[in-house]
Design a protein around this ligand. Structure first.
Ligand SMILES: [Mg+2]
Length: 199
């Protein structure tokens, strides 16, 4: 078996999650928002945000600023961005692998936060392209998202590995014929990849 391309999830793998449950809970508490109202509104708006059909400003308008607030959208956005932290060990490993392999992202994220994260942590230095939900108009674990990523990279599923922390996303990658590694921590990754001939 020859692996020709590696596809990386970003949130929970290379970096902390962007705007997942823990990040939202932290920011909601910090700004004293009503958790249930926020959660309801978030649930309706976030798929469109992540499919790139809604801007972050529009999302914030609906989810947070539908009522007067004692803080600005800029304050809120800065707090969202501050939630993104690097996973240094995994980043170092990815940089090394990037010297020998074609690598891309295949991740769910809204446009603004995705760009912020890519730029801040210089992910473009080792990922050749970003197959992100906001650009593709599709979300993992929809198998169509994986097929589109494969097609854009021009690799066959059996020549590709998906690295993702969510079991459902790993299963979806396998459902289209890709190899997949369930990421738990940086320490386990080299061995899991080596089993696929990726060193
Ligand atoms: Mg993830």
């Amino acid at each position: 078996m020859t692996i020709k391309a590696l596809f990386w999830d970003i949130g929970g793998v290379l970096l902390t999650n962007g705007w997942d449950r823990e990040q939202r809970a932290d920011v909601v508490a910090r700004f004293g928002l009503e958790p249930e109202d926020f959660a309801e509104r978030h649930k309706l708006a976030v798929p469109e945000l992540e499919r790139g059909r809604m801007t972050l400003a529009e999302y914030l308008e609906q989810v947070v600023f539908h009522t007067p607030r004692p803080f600005t959208p800029e304050d809120f956005r800065a707090a969202m961005e501050a939630q993104s932290q690097p996973r240094e060990e995994t980043l170092a490993l990815a940089r090394e692998l990037g010297e020998r392999h074609r690598m891309y992202s295949l991740n769910n994220e809204g446009h603004d936060l995705n760009e912020y994260r890519i730029r801040t942590y210089r992910l473009g230095e080792f990922l050749l392209a970003f197959f992100t939900s906001c650009s593709l108009g599709l979300l993992k674990p929809n198998p169509a998202m994986y097929r589109l990523g494969l097609s854009l990279a021009q690799v066959r599923p059996e020549e590709a590995v998906m690295i993702d922390d969510r079991p459902q996303n790993v299963e979806a990658a396998r459902s289209v014929g890709m190899h997949a590694v369930r990421y738990e921590n940086a320490a386990g990754l080299p061995e899991a990849l080596a089993a696929l001939g990726v060193r």
